[in-house]
Design a protein around this ligand. Structure first.
Ligand SMILES: Nc1ncnc2c1ncn2[C@@H]1O[C@H](COP(=O)(O)OP(=O)(O)O)[C@@H](O)[C@H]1O
Ligand SMILES: [Mg+2]
Ligand SMILES: [Zn+2]
Length: 376
């Protein structure tokens, strides 16, 4: 079988210019390199799959390149990039460089692990100028490990550069934060993710409509890795031609038609029908209902049962569906009153005493108003 590599790995950007949607970071790093103003510790924060590890690797490659180039990116901005040809760059590209060390702090979070790291940091690189230490998920370090790391992080040897990466910046203690230059990565915008997927689709010979890519990008919720994983899954499902309907099915997403059908049904005051199993969007029912198993398991008023009955009788269901739109809420309140009328018949005493209470309260307010009026 052909050696398949997932798109998220195959299309990891290798230059600053090809990183999508993080220009504020790539530009700053490029300028810092070209001015020779490197910090000894960086903190890359942001959600998963937005380019933290990617930028750290590009940075490590660029600062070790023996023949750095000034290139013009796709947006026309000139900047510093690794040449991609020198021995150091080739070492990076082939994954055999000794100038980059990646440590996963999620599984190496003890004081002992940090001691090993600080021992290693003292050894200068045999080739190239800098040893770059990328510590992923750094928020997972134990409190003791953080403290053991402070001294090295504050004053590392001249050849060492630390890049700490985290998805949870708020868990990093202030003493670490103050020793690092912090970069906040953006979530990837839908348009950027679509553009990148279009490029990949074109390179891979996959035809696709814009809607499919939009759907994938929105479901990825700002993560490029997630978007590319979904893209691969959709290609596996649909073949070399991505079509909106099939992509929606493969990703288990409700397509627009279902949403429109549901709202249409509701607008013509057949809200209960929209939720009934088999009415097109039938499987929406349990979600809106609160996901609590079979509808018949819930008590329903009078002769009503199933989704329809539950919908008329229980505030939870209409609360979930109707809260966003005042116009829609109106339609339901009629049913609510009707339901209230029905259940009043079923429990006359309760409603009588409630009504009596209301009358009493009304009289009390009236009496008070009158008293106040007299006082004036
Ligand atoms: N900004 C980006 N531009 C292009 N591709 C990206 C970007 N961010 C992530 N990716 C894709 O997602 C994959 C994982 O990105 P990575 O940098 O490892 O994410 P993380 O932020 O979790 O460290 C990359 O190999 C690349 O394919
Ligand atoms: Mg990472
Ligand atoms: Zn080079």
């Amino acid at each position: 079988m052909e050696n398949f590599i997932v798109s998220a790995r195959k299309y990891r950007p290798a230059t600053f210019a090809s990183v999508v949607g993080q220009r504020h970071i790539t530009e700053t790093l490029r300028n810092a390199i070209s001015r020779g103003q490197l910090a000894h510790a960086y903190l890359f924060c942001g959600p998963r799959g937005v380019g933290k590890t990617t930028c750290a690797r590009i940075f490590a490659k660029a600062i070790n390149c023996t023949d750095p180039q000034t290139t013009t990116g796709p947006d026309g901005a000139a900047g510093f990039e690794a040449c991609g040809r020198c021995e150091s760059c080739r070492g990076f590209d082939e994954g055999r460089s000794f100038n980059i060390h990646e440590l996963d702090a999620a599984s190496n979070n003890s004081v002992e692990d940090i001691r090993n790291l600080t021992d290693q940091v003292r050894i200068p690189p045999q080739v190239g100028r800098y040893s770059v230490y990328i510590i992923d998920e750094v928020h997972m370090l134990s409190a003791a490990a953080f403290n053991a790391f402070l001294k090295t992080l504050e004053e590392p040897p001249a050849h060492a550069v630390f890049i700490l990466a985290t998805t949870e910046k708020h868990k990093i203690i202030p003493t670490i934060l103050s020793r690092c230059q912090t970069f906040d990565f953006n979530r990837i915008r839908v348009a950027d993710a679509v553009g990148y997927m279009k490029y990949i689709a074109h390179t891979e010979g996959v035809t696709c409509d814009e809607e499919s890519l939009n759907l994938i990008a929105r479901k990825a919720d700002g993560g490029m890795r997630d978007a590319l994983s979904m893209f691969d899954k959709a290609v596996s499902f649909c073949g070399a031609e991505l079509r909106y309907k099939e992509v929606a099915t493969s990703l288990n997403i409700l397509d627009y038609d279902t949403y429109f059908d549901t709202v249409d049904t509701v607008l013509v005051r057949r809200g209960a029908g929209a939720l009934r199993p088999g009415a097109g969007a039938g499987f929406l029912g349990p979600d809106l209902y609160g996901g609590a198993g079979e509808p018949s398991a819930r008590p329903a008023c009078g002769s009503q049962s199933g989704y329809g009955g539950a919908f008329r009788c229980h505030g939870a269901a209409d609360g979930a569906l109707w809260r966003p739109g005042g116009a829609l809420r109106g339609g339901v309140s009629v049913r609510r009153h009707r339901a209230a009328g029905r259940s009043r018949l079923a429990h006359p005493h309760r409603h009588q005493s409630a009504a009596a209470g209301r009358v009493g309260a009304h009289e009390a307010v009236h009496a008070r108003r009158t008293r106040l009026g007299r006082g004036r």
